[in-house]
Structures are given as C-alpha cells and as structure tokens.
Design a protein around this ligand. Structure first.
Ligand SMILES: N=CN[C@@H](CCC(=O)O)C(=O)O
Ligand SMILES: [Zn+2]
Length: 436
C-alpha cells in the first residue's frame, strides 16, 4: 500500500489555470482559466503523493474512490471547505540579494529625480554595489532568506533571483553562491540568474565592463557550473542607453547561451533600443520591462515565442509610461508578470503586482493570474512542473479563505487576509494563524 502525503478536500473552487498540459497561454486565451466548481455545493479535492507531486484532482467523491481503488493510504488531510485553491504564484523577475538601504532615493525620486539621474550621480545600482561588495556571504544570506520568506507568505512558490550587485568576478560569484545556498536549503523554488552586466562599474567604460564579463566572469562561472558548485539557469544584461548597448548585450547573452544558460534580460525599459528585436533574433526565453518596446519588437517576440515579462511596480514607482500590454496580448505575445523586487522597487508581493497589472496595465484578473502562474513559469523554462494544478506537477498551491479567488487581487495589499495556507511540494510552509 502506498501512502500519499496529503489530501486537501471539500474546496469550493479549484483554479487549475490550465488543465490540458499546455505550457503557456497567449492572446485571447489569456482570458481563460480552467477551474473546477459547481453550483450544487459539491466539494473538490487534490491528492498529493510522497514526492510532493499532484497525483489526483477532481470531486471529493472521485478522488477518494480512485484512492481506495488503488488501495492507497493518506497521511494528512486539510479541510478546505468554503475555500478556493490556486497554484502558487511565480515571480519571474527579482533582484533579492543585496546589502544597504535606498529609502533616501525614494524621496529624491518623489521630488522629481529620474532613475538615470540617481544612477549617474553614483546612487541607484552603484550605491547597492558598494554595500553588497562589503557584505559577507553570511550577511547576504540572512537578509535574502528573510525576503524569500516574505515572498512566500505573499503566495510566491517559485521566484527568479538575479545576481548583479557585484559587477566583478568575486562579488558576482559570491551572490550566486548565496542564491545557490537558498536553492539547496529553502522550501521555495528558485531560478537563478547571472547578471554581471547589470551596470557599468564605476571607473570603467561599457566596453571594458563587457570584456570583463566575457573574459573573466563567464569563464569563472563556467568552471563553477562544471564542478556543480553552482546551478545557474539564466543570463541577464541591462540593455539600455548609457548602460550596455545592443551589440555589447548581444555578445554577453550569446556567450551565456553557449554555456547552457537561458537568455532572460532587461530591455527597452527607459529608451527604445530595439532590445526586443535583438533578443528575439538570438532566441531569448524572456525579455523584461519593455515599457518602450516598438511595434516591430512586439511582432518579433510574438513570432519567436519570447516571453515579455512586465513589471508594473517599476512603471508605478518611476512614473514611467507603462508597457503596452494590451497591444502585446492582441499581437499574441506571451506575457508574464514579475515583482522586480529590488532596492528601487521594494515590493515582494505578487498579489500587489497583479493588482497593479490590472489597474495600470489594463489586464483582466484572469490575464493577471495566467501571467503570474503558467506564463511566468514558462518564462523560466519550467512550466512542465510549475504554474498550474495538474497531475504530475509540483503541489505548489495556495488555499484562499474565500470562495472567490479574485479576492486575492481585489483586496489590494491585503493578501494576508486572503491567503490561509501556502503549500510547497505538498508541505504547508506558511499558515496564516488568524485564518485557521
Ligand atoms: N533596471 C535595472 N535593474 C533593476 C533596478 C535595480 C536597482 O535599481 O537596484 C530593475 O529591473 O528595475
Ligand atoms: Zn530588474
């Protein structure tokens, strides 16, 4: 007799997001969510095996009788009466490892300074780089761990995490080791990204910094990947006027691709540089920001299937023109969401990001949930295991204390009132005490 780890039963609603094995949704399909619900008051169940994988899903009666037929036992039960269940949220873009505090810059920006004015005056990324270089691995891990726990409480079960506040070989590898440690020890999924070309270090030119990335940082990273000291998934560059230009970015991204990393980078944020066209031409898995994407860029990304990761917190905080998400969806680009959690945009909560996506980017709640689950997982190349509630996928899910999942988006900033439990690979990793 096999024992299953957990049966969650009696749920009012299970929002699977997708139920037919598809890896993403685009265009008009983004308005659709697959879910289990009926008006007769019938409850729904999810059964999770010992390996933390969903092994059955359906009405309470169906799941229990199939389990009995297979003569399987169940170790734990959760009664989800009146609740809805959705997949764990996927945050497709964050910068969560750093030291220092940039609250003073928020005041400068409120007073009218632009992002690049702060950056060029030695603040912004440069300010964080100085403090991150001085911090020990232990100090960086302690604050990173805390941030990951806050993200998880807000419903994130898979998060992309970048390096990029080192800008030299030692500190970039230090950041990647910190991310690796969390990857090995914490109950949250992590997709790690090398972003050694996040800014041009003080005292260097972009050309010199490109050479350092190509000739020093990537070779060192290659060795650490080969020795399996690090497991890195993606390569990123800040492709922007005054940072790395399109040619420099292309060289760095292609070099990362040649060592097996997925291309996933910052483009067309503050200026239209044709980053999207370049990224699509080299097979980028995803490109983030895209506030200034051109019509040709949208078409190129739609044609190649590169995912557009939009970051509503950035446009909101920097008062930028928001990315043209309606147009992207109309043109069949795959759109995903990320929090962009970083010292400029201090927001770790994907429910807040989804709310901003609806109000600022004019997405519907269904589109926002697709973008924050299956499409975000696809941007990270792992939508075969994450991003929906289907048999064979990780049992990463949220039990919401409401019969209508939309409350998670509607109740702006009040996700703590809505999320009852966060479950990662079949284990309860967060319980809202007030909601028990
Ligand atoms: N634009 C570049 N990188 C980050 C900001 C990083 C920082 O300001 O520390 C972003 O995605 O918003
Ligand atoms: Zn970023």
């Amino acid at each position: 007799m096999t024992d299953n780890k957990l049966l969650i039963h009696s749920a009012k609603q299970i929002v699977q997001v997708v139920s037919d094995g598809r890896r993403f949704r685009k265009g008009n399909e983004m308005k659709t969510l697959d879910f289990l619900e009926d008006d007769e008051g019938q409850g729904f169940s999810i059964l999770i095996n010992r390996n933390g994988i969903i092994c059955d899903i359906g009405t309470d009666e169906e799941v229990r009788s199939r389990c009995a037929d297979r003569k399987e036992g169940i170790i734990n039960f959760i009664d989800a009466k009146g609740c809805s269940i959705i997949p764990g949220l996927v945050d497709a873009h964050t910068h969560p490892v750093w030291a220092g505090d940039r609250v003073h810059e928020f005041a400068m920006k409120l007073a009218g300074a632009t992002y690049m004015e702060v950056h060029n005056a030695g603040g912004g990324i440069h300010y964080t780089v100085e403090r991150t270089r001085r911090a020990t691995e232990g100090q960086l891990f302690t604050s990173f761990k805390e941030r990951l726990m806050r993200m998880r409480e807000a419903g994130t079960t898979l998060v992309e995490c970048k390096s990029g506040y080192g800008l030299n070989v030692d500190c970039e590898m230090k950041m990647l080791r910190v991310i690796e440690k969390a990857k090995q020890t914490m109950a949250i999924g992590i997709s790690s990204t090398y972003c050694g070309a996040h800014a041009v270090p003080k005292g260097s030119t972009a050309e010199e910094a490109t050479k350092d990335v190509l000739n020093n940082q990537i070779p060192e990273l290659t060795e650490l990947l080969q020795s399996e000291e690090l497991h890195v998934d993606n390569i990123d560059v800040f492709c922007e006027k005054g940072v790395f230009d399109v040619d420099q970015s292309k060289q760095i991204l292609e070099s990362g691709k040649s060592i097996g990393l997925n291309i996933n980078f910052h483009g067309d944020e503050l200026h239209s540089t044709k980053s999207a066209e370049m990224g699509a031409s080299i097979g980028a898995m995803a490109i983030s920001h895209l506030e200034e994407i051109s019509d040709e860029g949208i078409k190129a990304m739609a044609d190649t299937g590169s995912v557009g990761v939009v970051l509503p917190t950035t446009a909101y905080i920097l008062r930028l023109k928001p990315p043209p998400v309606r147009k992207m969806i109309e043109e069949n680009m795959i759109v995903a969401l990320g929090s962009d959690f970083n010292p400029n945009a201090y927001c770790h909560a994907m429910p807040v990001v989804m709310h901003l996506a609806c109000v600022l980017l004019k997405m519907s709640m269904q589109e926002a949930l697709n973008a924050a689950t299956i499409n975000a997982a696809h941007a990270l190349g792992v939508s075969d295991k994450h991003g929906s509630l289907e048999v064979g996928k990780y049992a990463n899910l949220l039990i919401l204390d409401t019969g209508r999942w939309e409350n998670l988006i509607y109740k702006f900033g009040c996700y703590g009132d809505v999320i009852k439990n966060v479950i990662y690979k079949g284990d309860v990793v967060h319980s809202n005490i007030r909601r028990q």
